[in-house]
Design a binder for this molecule. Structure first.
Ligand code: SAH
Length: 264
């Protein structure tokens, strides 16, 4: 097999794609670059795997189209993923910091070598792109630096470019300056990933309500700001465990917990 040994840990996720033709094209785009794992979240046409247009655009990559998994939510599609990049042509106020795809690919390869788990590239709907919610469950944001006059690519063409850059980064022996700092971030400590991070944020929100920092009737932008702060730090799994310990202690002080155990 000609594909790179790390390629099986790279996922391409399409969120709410409207046109089955684009799903077929995306299947072809990733297969030509040695990738196989295509995920589709809430497609407009649920029978896309056998859709005439999808099959026609997939051509020799119908196997990838047929094997693609369909999910009910982005979080479900991110199960087992340790780092996800939202694909977008422009920055958002509360999303992760935006970086060009070439740099992202080099980091993504380093991450595959350093940490366990899959990585994912997440693409939005043709019409409206990714929602803010989808954006915020990703740890990074990758942009194809297109012409500012016309910066939005067709969905499957964006998939093709990301797949190409990732493929080239995997073939390359080169690393970029400063990468080692970033790499060492995850040395020995598993990155937290979206599922664990969402569970922590939910725990954190409950703790903040319980101690009176957050008023659920007037939440303002407390949680989006906290989310942005935590996403900038690129949390690891042990850090999530530590923070969840703090949340548990806020929700129920240790003394009380000890007391309860004694009562039993
Ligand atoms: N009208 C939408 C664009 C949808 S294009 C919008 O304004 O957001 C479909 C998807 O392709 C986008 O959600 C994004 O994931 C990807 N895409 C398109 N152009 C891109 C670019 N320049 N950089 C990164 N991703 C891009």
């Amino acid at each position: 097999m000609a594909t790179h040994p790390l390629a099986s840990r790279v996922r391409f996720i399409l969120v709410e794609p409207a046109h089955p033709g684009n799903i077929g094209s995306a299947a072809r785009a990733i297969k030509t670059m040695g990738f196989r794992d295509l995920r589709v979240v809430k497609p407009w046409v649920e029978t896309y795997r056998t859709d005439e247009e999808a099959v026609a655009y997939a051509t020799s990559s119908v196997d990838v189209l047929e094997a693609s998994q369909m999910h009910g939510s982005l979080l479900e599609a991110l199960e087992g993923v340790s780092f996800a990049w939202a694909m977008s042509g422009y920055d958002r106020e509360f999303g992760p910091a935006i970086e060009p795809v070439r740099e992202v690919s080099v980091k993504a390869r380093a991450l595959l070598e350093q940490a366990e788990g899959d990585i994912a590239f997440v693409f939005g709907c043709e019409r409206s792109g990714l929602s803010n919610e989808d954006f915020m469950v990703c740890q990074g944001c990758a942009a194809i630096p297109a012409d500012p006059e016309s910066s939005s690519l067709n969905l499957s063409q964006a998939v093709q470019i990301m797949a190409y850059e990732m493929h080239m980064a995997m073939l390359s022996e080169a690393t970029v300056d400063g990468l080692y700092d970033w790499q060492s971030r995850f040395e020995g400590e598993e990155p937290a990933g979206s599922v664990a991070t969402e569970a922590f944020l939910e725990h954190f929100e409950r703790a903040m309500i319980a101690c009176g920092v957050l008023d659920p009737a007037k939440p303002k932008r407390f949680m989006p700001r906290m989310r942005r702060l935590f996403s900038r730090t690129q949390l690891t799994m042990p850090e999530i465990d530590l923070l969840r310990g703090v949340c548990s202690a806020i929700l129920q002080p240790k003394q009380q917990r000890i007391g309860q155990k004694k009562q039993k």
